[in-house]
Write a protein that binds this ligand. Structure first.
Ligand SMILES: *[C@@H]1O[C@H](CO)[C@@H](O)[C@H](O)[C@H]1NC(C)=O
Ligand SMILES: *[C@@H]1O[C@H](CO)[C@@H](O)[C@H](O)[C@H]1NC(C)=O
Ligand SMILES: *[C@@H]1O[C@H](CO)[C@@H](O)[C@H](O)[C@H]1NC(C)=O
Length: 783
């Protein structure tokens, strides 16, 4: 049990360790200052436990917390931190005992921040240095043994052991060295008079003072102290305080009074005239402050920037007219003013966001810094409204820019997003940055045809290759994803592949006829055209193109009855007693064209007895125009022309033979027919008679049926003249009842037929024929 418990707790400790790492990171590297560029500081990937292979993909990089100099960088292949910029401890941290660079290792995807610190160790690269090479002292010969003269101190940029450790004074007859520490634990030295001076013995003397540090190797600096021996004695000035403290807001303008230091001198006259000055001023301080030599007023003389230096410490010397010095320390604390607007840094940005990314996708990382302190550096970040993006606060000063909705490149292809950062200073400062985001295309739109369907009208007998129509589809996607290519969908028209009828230009969508069309063959057909884009995978849509072929008058009327060969056996009998207006026969013709092109008209162009017969202009019915008279020739011949109404019109002619007779036996021609035997002659008559009669029947009864069943155009005299069968179904919209009533032989003949029918469909089709066979018997006798 105890063992198990141990395992658990160490697991927890381990997890805690990892989390601790993720959130704060406490890896510290100690390096000496002034390492060469490229020197390895340590392996951060190993120390944090990162997957080496993913460093590059996760765009690992080092940021300093305040985004100033990039002192080190991470090698993406090895995970090592290497020195990037000179790291000068003195420049970075001056006299601070611990010099720490706070750095962050930033990883994206997901955003991760590992803090680490670089502790910069001092290297003894600075020698102790006195303010001047030569110091001048004027000392009265009356000065007693043990009198002290402050020499001041040497400075060493280094710290600790590497800073000034001690002083030695060159061997001499009069002075010894006394080393003291002041409040700031800095060592300064005094000359102590060991043996009285004698102006008469020597008027001046030179001493060499050496300061040394504790570094290895040791460094040292020297100053020559030139002592002039004077005749009288004096008091040194005394500061009212050994340490002065002042506080000053940054950005205080020049001449602002910081503090007034005062020192008093017990002497009178010239000896009490005190001169103040800064001792051992760094450039930094001398550029910022000045001290009035008479009044001791310390004033601002340059830029005071909290972000550069937040406190100053300096030595002030008070010197009386006879050159006796005393020292005080002045510490000035600078207070922060909200003078730095936040700075927005774009740490990473996906410039091309695919439009299909799901809402919540991180497209960028920003980092916000404010160089001020406390509240002045508390920053809030916001985004303009009305864009499908938001800022999600991440670790510390980092924000993720994420999408909030589905993007659509076809609606908005790019965004300019303005990020505003405001600090909490008073008054607050803000700054903004605009980032440009482009939405990258995804092939998410199929081509869409501009019309739901297309119709093309073409007259028959067109030229192959002629243009029928053009289709057009649009695809709003980008480049090849929006490039439309047209093609025919495979299919058949009348059993032949559709490609043998039409072709489509892949680029333009123009549809061409591949062959000449024949209206009499078919009047319309459909093709399906597909529009496909060039995306991968491609998207497509298709549309129906209806091709309508219109008629050209390219068919002459065709005469069905009488047969155009003009066979004289086709002879109609006309009873002698026929009155004016009797129906005698009928010319039946059809025209394969349609509409006007098939609207037929009938004309008698030649006749044996002009005026005896007339023909119905559109019915083709031949009627007697007057009663038959005895003088009329028995044998009548009509030549009938049938014309269609096309432009130009086409025509056909036929001959019609008519016999005015009540009895076939009277027919002279029939006798001429060379039949040897009477019986067979008789049979011939009978046949002829039957043929005549039957032909007439056929004409009226069978042929219409044939016409419809055989899909031949209907004789258009049955149609209203303006009728045009454009929908191609062959359906007529009127009902015709045709009553055929005719007589042969006598007006009162029982040879009668009635053909009521519904013309278009001919579904019901009946007729009643009562043929007087007796008539035939009577005429020809029983065979
Ligand atoms: C974004 O800014 C650029 C440059 O200022 C400009 O050309 C572009 O039109 C802007 N785009 C939008 C969507 O406002
Ligand atoms: C087209 O769409 C695909 C995804 O469907 C995308 O990968 C490609 O980049 C797009 N092409 C262009 C030119 O935008
Ligand atoms: C043509 O389009 C219809 C509906 O738009 C679709 O159902 C059909 O699959 C498409 N045909 C082809 C061959 O793409």
């Amino acid at each position: 049990m105890g063992g198990m418990k141990g395992t658990y707790s160490s697991t927890w400790i381990y997890i805690f360790f990892i989390i601790h790492h993720l959130v704060s990171g406490d890896v510290t590297y100690s390096i000496p200052e002034e390492m060469k560029r490229g020197s390895v500081i340590g392996n951060i990937a190993k120390d944090i436990g990162l997957d080496l292979g993913r460093l590059s993909a996760r765009r690992a990089r080092v940021d300093s917390e305040d985004n100033s100099v990039q002192y080190c960088s991470v090698n993406l292949n090895t995970g090592e931190l290497v020195v990037q910029e000179r790291i000068d401890r003195e420049g970075l941290c001056a006299k601070k005992t611990s010099c720490i660079l706070k750095q962050e290792l930033v990883l994206e995807n997901p955003l991760e921040l590992h803090r680490f610190t670089i502790r910069v160790q001092d290297v003894n690269d600075n020698a102790p240095q006195f303010k001047e090479d030569l110091m001048k002292f004027e000392i009265r010969e009356s000065a007693g043994k043990g009198a002290r003269f402050v020499v001041g101190e040497a400075h060493d940029g280094d710290i600790g052991e590497n800073a000034v450790q001690g002083y030695t004074l060159q061997q001499n007859d009069h002075f010894k060295l006394n080393v003291n520490s002041n409040s700031a634990r800095r060592k300064y030295c005094e000359l102590v008079l060991d043996k009285e001076l004698d102006r008469e013995g020597s008027k001046e003397l030179n001493l060499v003072l050496t300061a040394f540090d504790g570094g290895s190797p040791q460094r040292s600096g020297t100053v020559i102290i030139h002592v002039t021996v004077l005749d009288a004695n004096d008091n040194a000035p005394v500061f009212s305080q050994t340490v002065y403290k002042a506080s000053l807001p940054e950005n205080s303008p020049p001449d602002t009074l910081v503090i007034t230091v005062t020192a008093t001198d017990a002497d009178e006259g010239l000896n009490s005239e005190i001169m103040y000055e800064f001792d051992h001023l760094s450039d930094e301080i001398s550029n910022a402050f000045s001290i009035h030599s008479k009044t001791g007023e310390v004033t601002v003389s340059g830029d005071i920037d909290y972000e550069k230096t937040s406190n100053y410490e300096m030595q002030i010397t008070a010197k009386d007219g006879l050159g006796l010095n005393s020292y005080a320390t002045l510490i000035i604390d600078i207070t922060d003013v909200n003078d730095n607007a936040p700075v927005i840094n774009l740490k990473s940005l996906t410039n091309q966001i695919p439009e299909n990314v799901s809402p919540g996708t991180e497209v960028g990382i920003i980092n916000v810094q404010d160089r001020d302190s406390e509240n002045n550096r508390q920053v809030r970040c916001s985004l303009q409204t009305g864009v499908p993006f938001k800022l999600v606060p991440s670790i510390k000063n980092y924000y993720s820019l994420v999408t909030t909705e589905q993007l659509d490149r076809e609606l908005v292809s790019d965004y300019n997003i303005t990020i505003t950062a405001t600090d909490e200073g008073s008054p607050p400062l803000s700054s903004s940055k605009t980032v440009h985001l482009t939405v990258a295309d995804i092939n998410d739109n199929p081509p869409v045809f501009e019309e739901q369907s297309y119709s093309a009208y073409v007259t028959e007998n067109n030229k192959p290759g002629s243009t029928l129509c053009s289709v057009s589809a649009r695809d709003p996607d980008w480049r090849q994803n929006g490039t439309v290519v047209y093609s025919l969908l495979p299919g058949e028209v009348n059993g032949a592949p559709v490609s043998s009828y039409v072709s489509v230009n892949g680029d333009t969508g123009v549809i061409h006829a591949v062959r000449a069309f024949d209206y009499e063959h078919f009047r319309s057909f459909k093709v399906h055209v597909m529009a496909r884009d060039n995306g991968s995978p491609p998207l497509s849509s298709n549309v129906t193109v209806n091709v309508f072929i219109s008629d050209v008058n390219d068919n002459s009327p065709q005469i069905l009855y009488p047969t155009p060969e003009g066979n004289s056996f086709m002879t109609e009998l006309v009873p002698k007693a026929a009155h004016a207006g009797s129906l005698v026969s009928k010319v039946i013709a059809v025209d394969a064209d349609s509409g006007q092109n098939a609207w037929l008209s009938y004309h008698i162009v030649k006749s044996t007895e002009p005026g005896l017969f007339i023909i119905g202009l559109h019915s083709g019915e031949i009627r007697t125009q007057r009663d038959i008279s005895e003088s009329d020739s028995m044998k009548q011949n009509l030549i009938v022309a049938v014309k269609d109404n096309g432009q130009p019109s086409l025509s056909a002619t036929c001959s019609m033979y008519l016999l005015i007779s009540d009895n076939l036996a009277e027919v002279p021609e029939l006798k001429d027919i060379s039949y040897d035997e009477r019986d067979s002659k008789l049979t011939s008559y009978l046949i002829i008679a039957l043929v005549s009669v039957s032909t007439f029947f056929l004409t009226f009864i069978i042929i219409p049926r044939l016409l419809f069943d055989g899909a031949v155009a209907i004789p258009s005299d049955y149609l209203p003249p303006n009728y045009a069968d454009v929908d191609g179904t062959g359906t007529l919209r009127s009902t015709y009842n045709y009553d055929g009533y005719m007589t042969t032989g006598s007006r009162t003949s029982d040879f009668k037929f009635v053909i009521p029918y519904f013309l278009p469909q001919l579904e019901e089709y009946y007729f009643e024929v009562s043929v007087g066979y007796s008539y035939l018997n009577k005429t020809f006798g029983s065979p």
